[in-house]
Ligand binder design. Structure first.
Ligand SMILES: O=C(CNCCc1c[nH]c2ccccc12)Nc1scc(-c2ccccc2)c1C(=O)NCc1ccccc1
Length: 329
């Protein structure tokens, strides 16, 4: 089997949302496919009304294939301080024509205000490794792990784009979606993430600096978060860039034309065009803009978020020895 689904960017490409059908008859929610976490959680009929502001909710009592996973709970929190928690059902989940039964669908009984504020986001679909799924007492498998036995090939691909719709494919690699060839690199999944080491980086047309960057391929994080030394080197090239402590990040005049950022993958390179690195205005006046490259200080590793991944076609190879493939497009 295979599946293919559109990934539509929210404002400023802050996240990408894909339609997912849950239950019988189908209840279609817009979920953020997240290779940085491993829980499929949704706004539901159990989410307090005061916490639901525009989201579409999953109602298990309206699904003939829903089963309560008795005694199971989940609770997750993210680095930005956001969090959610609740109960667990199993139900049929269909993504782009690919149907999987008995998938753990985590129903939110609590969501933090950051999620309530995201009116278009009805939940997350975790695509990291099942070893970091938060369901207790019995850890649950991700949609990808549940789908794997029926997939033509144990892979999924992310083809996110700048300011327009991209795609997630399951079970096959669309060789027409990228230029040149794929370069594969080793993954360390011991911490549950798609973690790899980039052997170097470059700013603009400069030469490659062989400072390696170890981080995770994370579609659920918006920005590219790298070591402070790399951040400093990048923004040193921009005359009016400055660290704004009130924003806790580098900002620059929105009119600035930005240098590209290149990250190496094995012997090849992915070039992030400068315009991808202007994330969003920090004020309504729109005079200063927040950079798409910021520090990974305090995380313990770097995060290749959407700013980095949307410059590439990315293969998440979940075979016996997982690996990541990157190609330019
Ligand atoms: O959690 C994910 C992926 N799912 C995000 C879902 C999500 C969280 N708010 C959302 C809001 C909307 C949509 C999805 C999400 N990735 C990882 S691995 C390590 C950290 C981390 C750990 C400690 C400190 C910092 C990061 C994060 C992290 O918190 N990223 C989000 C972030 C990172 C930095 C700044 C903001 C957010």
């Amino acid at each position: 089997a295979t599946g293919s689904v559109v990934a539509t960017p929210a404002q400023y490409d802050a996240e990408y949302l894909s339609p997912v059908s849950i239950g019988t008859p189908a209840q279609t929610l817009m979920l953020d496919f997240d290779t940085g976490s491993s829980d499929l959680w949704v706004f539901s009929s159990e989410t307090p009304k005061s916490s639901v502001q525009g989201q579409t909710v999953y109602n298990p009592s309206k699904s003939s294939t829903a089963k309560k996973l008795s005694g199971a709970t989940w609770k997750i929190s993210y680095g930005d301080g956001s969090s959610s928690s609740g109960s667990v059902y199993t139900d049929k989940v269909t993504i782009g024509g690919l149907s999987v039964s008995n998938v753990a669908v985590e129903s939110a009984q609590k969501v933090s205000r950051e999620f309530t504020a995201e009116a278009d986001l009805d939940g997350l679909l975790g695509l990291a490794f099942s070893s970091i799924n938060t369901v207790q007492p019995t850890q649950q498998k991700t949609f990808f792990d549940m789908a794997k036995p029926s997939l033509d090939s144990a892979v999924f691909t992310a083809d996110l784009k700048y300011g327009k719709a991209g795609k997630y494919n399951f079970g096959y690699i669309d060789d027409s979606a990228y230029n040149g060839s794929l370069t594969y690199t080793a993954v360390d999944s011991s911490n549950g993430w798609w973690m790899f080491t980039s052997p170097g980086y470059a700013v603009g047309s400069g030469t490659l600096d062989s400072t390696s960057i170890t981080g995770i391929a994370d579609t659920g994080t918006t920005l590219l978060l790298v070591p402070s030394s790399v951040v400093t080197t990048y923004y040193k090239q921009i005359r009016n860039a400055r660290y704004d402590s009130s924003q806790a990040g580098y900002v620059f005049p929105c009119s600035t034309s930005l240098p590209s950022f290149t990250y190496a993958v094995g012997n090849s390179q992915i070039v992030i065009p400068g315009k991808y690195i202007n994330f969003a205005p920090v004020d309504s006046a729109g005079s200063s803009c927040f950079g798409g490259i910021q520090s990974d200080e305090g995380i313990g590793f770097s995060i290749f978020g959407d700013v980095a991944l949307k410059a590439a076609f990315v293969v998440f190879d979940g075979s016996q020895s997982p690996r990541l493939g990157f190609a330019s497009k």
